[in-house]
Ligand binder design. Sequence first.
Ligand code: DAH
Length: 342
Amino acid sequence: MLKLVLKMIDQLKKIKEELLISAASTKEELEDFRVKFISKKSVFSSLFEKFKELPDEKKKEIGQRLNEVKTFAQARFKELAGQVNQSHVTDESVDVSLPTVPVQAGSVHPITQTYFRIIEIFERLGFNVEDGPEIEDDWHNFTALNFPPNHPARQMQDTYFLSDDKNCVLRTHTSNVQIRLMSDEKPPFRAIMPGRVYRNEAISSRAHCFFHQVEGLSIDKAVSFKDLKQTLYHFSKEMFGKDTEIRLRPSYFPFTEPSAEIDISCFICKGDGCKICKHTGWVEIAGSGVVDPNVLENCGIDPSEYSGFAFGMGIERIAMLKYQLDDIRRFSENDLRFLRQF
Ligand code: DAH
């Protein structure tokens, strides 16, 4: 019996030591403490079982010790619980169980979405993405692209001039990047050049003073008009659906010869005629052509060795067709009711 008494005294000592060095910094650690020292299955339960077996003369002494350590455990639990809760809530007026105020998530702008989709389609055809400046000189925006000094096509571009000598402009198209790429690097190239462009135009539902274009350029030995046609045919099907047909109409651009305007079959009315296609069954999506030999020469590329095609399309135009929108101004008004729909 003496053995049991000594064993219990020893156990209580060890429990007390354990309690003295106990700590809890999380709710989980606090719970572990509670299970071990406070709950029905705590270390004290088995000691109280053994207590019943003790001879009466020892019960008083051991009972006192047992109660003392148990009371100490309860006090320690309160203390630890206070510390854990305080580390989470410093101000009692804050109710951490309340739902949070929802954060309004933004959406990707429809122009950016269209831009990403265009890049994705052309990247799979082996086109790189190139970038160029929005503030440009006359050479890269006009002269190297075969716009003679007093050519009417210059006036048609509605240019914003940034200097009195008219040498510094806000680029009117992304074709400036063609010139930079061809002058800076050696062919072959296959690249698309997306970016913002500026025109001094009256703002209306169909025109804006700034918008976005994607330029395309492919230069190699023996690249021809049929490669242009095949590339834009593939693009149109990927962008607007596999039943889309394309039509090329003869046109004029100073930097391409021959030049063509690319139309796609109206994917809304399938050719029957509707508002979007102005009842013609066709909608225009791009200007294009075979790069003029003068342009190649201006960039130091030998036209007897290399040839290529180029195209340019408006990203707003593609987005308006794709999402069936009728007002270009919506893209730049920052009206969340509009933007959240995409
Ligand atoms: N730069 C022309 C414009 O802004 C679009 C264009 C037409 C680009 C034909 C081209 C092209 O590369 O070949 O109106």
